[in-house]
Design a protein around this ligand. Structure first.
Ligand SMILES: Nc1nc2c(c(=O)[nH]1)N[C@H]1C(S)=C(S)[C@@H](COP(=O)(O)OP(=O)(O)OC[C@H]3O[C@@H](n4cnc5c(=O)[nH]c(N)nc54)[C@H](O)[C@@H]3O)O[C@H]1N2
Ligand SMILES: Nc1nc2c(c(=O)[nH]1)N[C@H]1C(S)=C(S)[C@@H](COP(=O)(O)OP(=O)(O)OC[C@H]3O[C@@H](n4cnc5c(=O)[nH]c(N)nc54)[C@H](O)[C@@H]3O)O[C@H]1N2
Ligand SMILES: [Mo]
Length: 768
């Protein structure tokens, strides 16, 4: 074990050494052990001391007047009255009591999806879950926006979701074990800056380069060329968005047609291969899934597909896909199809081959995944045990009582009267924000904890100011990073901000349950307990961590972890002795259970199904496909108000990447303002022209703060959030996951009036 003695701090985008002057953070320097630090550290000082911090508790004027018999006004348009903490906490405690007494616990929605901050104790969403569970229960959210479709389907196919959580070959394994690395979605360097819980050593970008330097040949299947490193061993295969499943089916079919499939692996380790292969050769439905067939769907020449199939079968192949592929209509299909392709190639369970998801999506994928000794605060179990699939949140608010299906079962939406959010920003992350604006008017009370006046804070009734990590003590740790970092408080709270945990203490006191919330322990004792639990867990795995006080003094510890991880190795060697957690114990290329759900949009084996919007079914009014990748310049909506993100804007608007030829057709020059629109909304953005992407594709990163402005009867987002354009429907009844990547739009040059709203402004504030 290797120990450092420098005081440090951490964040989802990296560990750092803060520099402080006159009570303010002035710099965040990368830690010395980070081989590839993130430029996002430059945004730390301007975020902590941003002009739009929430300084005092604030209550929406219309909500207050509604309670006094006046007009409740409209969320998102109102000013706020600032109040003292006692008044604010009395109001929140009173509302919780009132709503639960009048409507029951399932009228309280506390799903509160969101990344919060890296510190594992003050993880706002978990603190909220713990508080709401302690006080009787709430409606939660299950799964996530990141890989919800995969999370639903993978357990049916391979028994669990490890392949999407980092239980995959390491970069060293790929270097040693693979000849060809087939990457659906490439390996965007921008994405591997971040890891939930913090990352002290960024290794992903360098791991890929190392594999390429050692002769691994990689193929970036992607609508854009630039999300993979320029390298002599890497080539780009441009594809139409949303059509990968067709390509994967055809690659599988061509390998089988050439007789180069691994029959032994299929017989020993899978079930349903024959039914799947009968779909591929056309005997099931009369359509052979050939290279020629896929060419018409994907836009890739037939000969390129045939050549790729020959390469895959001719050596040791590793197949990866970024998470974005499944954040789409029928998002379950490309992942199931990737597993089936890897099974046909027969490399599953051997070092560095087979399949794995999320390389290039998140920093830790390709590192060893540690299953022990990761400090984390755990919420007490929700006694209500009621949750909705995460992305069905607006449906729930709009349609209380309505039935829906999810992963083979039937449920109904609760009737929500109170929404409580801490650590997430639904007015950035949810699809079809104009629909969310309407859904959001329905609850009686909306409570939000936020450090900043985000769009979600500005759509709330009671806003409580939360500290940032630099204003409190915490511990950072990620399962795919080998460091545990003490995050020492470095500056005093900004304004009257309080830690989320302290806010819940204040509420629990009012509700008479403080001891249930804390077990009678102080914040510091709870932090130490969290660490000591991880330490005990590590000891079971023969890893010796120092005691809490020593750890705190050291500031950072590193755990030795292996550099190799070979999933499915035991299973491959002896499938009967090491069965998977599927009904058959094997990899299911056909799943009787999934077939039994009776969902035509997710039948018993992988299929190609055309998405509800795509370039293969052109809409003359909306001829461009809009992708919404993760932003290079921030973490989702976090840091949008800070230096790096602000520096990337075009005249204050979010940049939208357009093909230069598509722009020329529309009279759009680099740096022009543009309007992006479809039937769901209109968004203003700045044009950034490139020529290394597929024509007909445009890209607008997520996370620009939604800034609604009324233009006639329509709400326009005058900053550049793609969710004002995305559609709010589930991937299928299997996953009910987001379909944010399935969006067609039109784009035109915008010469209209400038906006009046400032995306990072503070709302009108009044003294009580
Ligand atoms: N169109 C489109 N939409 C998408 C996606 C996409 O690809 N396309 N991707 C989706 C995905 S994968 C994700 S994960 C989501 C991300 O969606 P979110 O996780 O909601 O995004 P964040 O911006 O990280 O929101 C975290 C919020 O918590 C606040 N916060 C930070 N620290 C604290 C704290 O200590 N206390 C409190 N109370 N608050 C804190 C931040 O200020 C911020 O407002 O977006 C999804 N939305
Ligand atoms: N800097 C930064 N990094 C982040 C985040 C962030 O906000 N900022 N967010 C983090 C989070 S929460 C998540 S879930 C991950 C998400 O990680 P991903 O979902 O993997 O990220 P994306 O950037 O949406 O897309 C990855 C690549 O897929 C390609 N792609 C998109 N559609 C298609 C398609 O139909 N076919 C093919 N073949 N390729 C396609 C895109 O062009 C891009 O190159 O990122 C994480 N990393
Ligand atoms: Mo995510």
């Amino acid at each position: 074990m290797h120990r450092q003695e420098t005081p440090r701090h951490s964040s989802h985008w990296g560990a750092f050494v803060p520099e402080v002057a006159d009570g303010r953070v002035i710099r965040a320097r990368p830690v010395p052990e980070d081989p590839d630090p993130s430029a996002l550290l430059e945004s730390v000082p301007s975020a902590v001391h941003a002009a739009n911090r929430v300084l005092r508790p604030a209550v929406r004027r219309g909500w207050l007047s509604g309670r006094e018999g006046g007009d409740p006004g409209r969320r998102g348009k109102d000013g706020y009255v600032e109040v003292d903490w006692d008044t604010a906490l009395d109001l929140v405690a009173g509302e919780l009591l009132r709503v639960r007494a009048e409507h029951g616990h399932d009228a309280v929605f506390g799903g509160s999806y969101g990344w919060s901050s890296a510190g594992r104790f003050h993880h706002a969403k978990t603190q909220l879950s713990h508080f709401l569970a302690t006080t009787g229960g709430y409606v939660g959210q299950i799964s996530n926006y990141s890989f919800g479709a995969a999370d639903a389907v993978l357990p049916h196919v391979v028994g669990d979701s490890a392949a999407v959580l980092g239980g995959v070959p390491t970069w060293q394994d790929i270097r040693e074990g693979a000849d060809t690395l087939l990457m659906f979605g490439g390996a965007p360097a921008k994405n591997v800056q971040v890891e939930p819980g913090g990352v002290a050593a960024h290794r992903s970008r360098l791991g890929l380069l190392d594999a390429l330097d050692h002769g691994v040949r990689a193929v970036n299947v992607n609508p854009v060329a630039y999300d993979a490193p320029p390298h002599r061993n890497l080539s780009w295969l441009p594809i139409r968005p949303g059509t990968d499943t067709a390509l994967i089916l055809a690659l599988t079919r061509e390998v089988v047609r050439a007789g180069r499939h691994d029959r032994d692996f299929l017989d020993r380790c899978t079930v349903g291969a024959d039914r799947y292969l009968a779909y591929l050769d056309g005997s099931a439905d009369g359509v052979e899934k050939s290279a020629g067939w896929a060419s018409g769907i994907t836009g890739i020449p037939e000969r390129d597909i045939l050549a790729l199939a020959a390469t895959l079968a001719g050596g040791r192949t590793m197949v990866t896909a970024t998470w974005s592929l499944q954040r789409a209509d029928h998002g379950e299909q490309p992942y199931w199809a990737v597993i089936a392709l890897a099974a046909v190639l027969g490399g599953i369970g051997l070092r560095g081959t087979g399949f794995g998801f999320g390389y290039g999506s998140i920093a830790g994928t390709g590192n060893y995944r540690r299953r022990f000794g990761v400090p984390a605060f755990t919420a007490t179990r929700n006694p209500l045990r009621r949750s909705i699939p995460v992305a069905r949140m607006a449906d729930m608010l709009l349609h209380p009582g309505r039935e829906y299906e999810f992963n083979g079962a039937r449920y109904s939406y609760p009737d929500i009267r109170l929404v409580y959010w801490a650590g997430g920003n639904p007015f950035h992350h949810h699809q079809d924000l104009n629909r969310l604006v309407r859904a959001w008017q329905r609850p009686e009370t909306i409570i939000v904890h936020e450090p900043w006046w985000t769009p979600t804070a500005r759509h709330a009734d009671i806003v409580l100011p939360a500290t940032t990590t630099l204003e409190r003590d915490d511990i950072a740790a990620g399962s795919k990073d080998s460091f545990i970092t003490a995050m020492r408080r470095v500056v005093p709270p900004v304004g009257e901000a309080r830690n989320d945990h302290a806010i819940f203490r204040g509420l629990a006191e009012r509700l008479g349950v403080l001891d249930d919330l804390t077990g009678g322990r102080s914040e510091r004792e709870l932090l130490a307990d969290m660490y000591e639990q991880a330490r005990a867990d590590a000891a079971v795995h023969a890893v010796d961590l120092p005691g809490f006080e020593d750890f705190w003094r050291l500031g950072s510890i590193e755990i030795d972890v292996p550099d190799s991880q070979v999933p499915f190795a035991d299973f491959r060697a002896d499938p009967a002795a090491h069965p998977l957690a599927t009904p058959s114990g094997r990899i299911e290329l056909f799943s009787e259970r999934v077939a039994g759900f009776g969902y035509p949009e997710c039948p018993g084996h992988p299929v190609w199904l055309a998405p509800y919007e795509w370039l293969g079914d052109p809409d003359p009014q909306h001829p461009l496909h809009l992708l919404s990748p993760q932003p290079a310049t921030r973490l989702h909506s976090q840091l949008d108000m800070a230096a790096v993100s602000l520096g990337s804007k075009i005249r204050g608007y979010e940049p939208c990447v357009l093909h230069a030829a598509d722009a020329a057709d529309r009279g759009i020059a680099d740096g022009d303002l543009i309007r992006i629109f479809n039937v769901r909304g209109s968004v203003l953005a700045g044009a950034e022209l490139r020529d290394d992407l597929v024509r007909g594709v445009a890209l607008l990163a997520t996370g620009a703060w939604f800034t609604p402005e009324f233009r006639g009867d329509e709400i326009w987002d005058v900053h550049g959030n793609p969710n004002a354009l995305s559609r709010d429907v589930g991937s299928s009844r299997m996953g009910q996951a987001v379909t944010a990547q399935t969006v067609l739009v039109q784009i035109e040059r915008y010469d209209g009036p400038d906006r009046t709203a400032d995306p990072h402004a503070v709302p009108e504030l009044h003294a009580r």
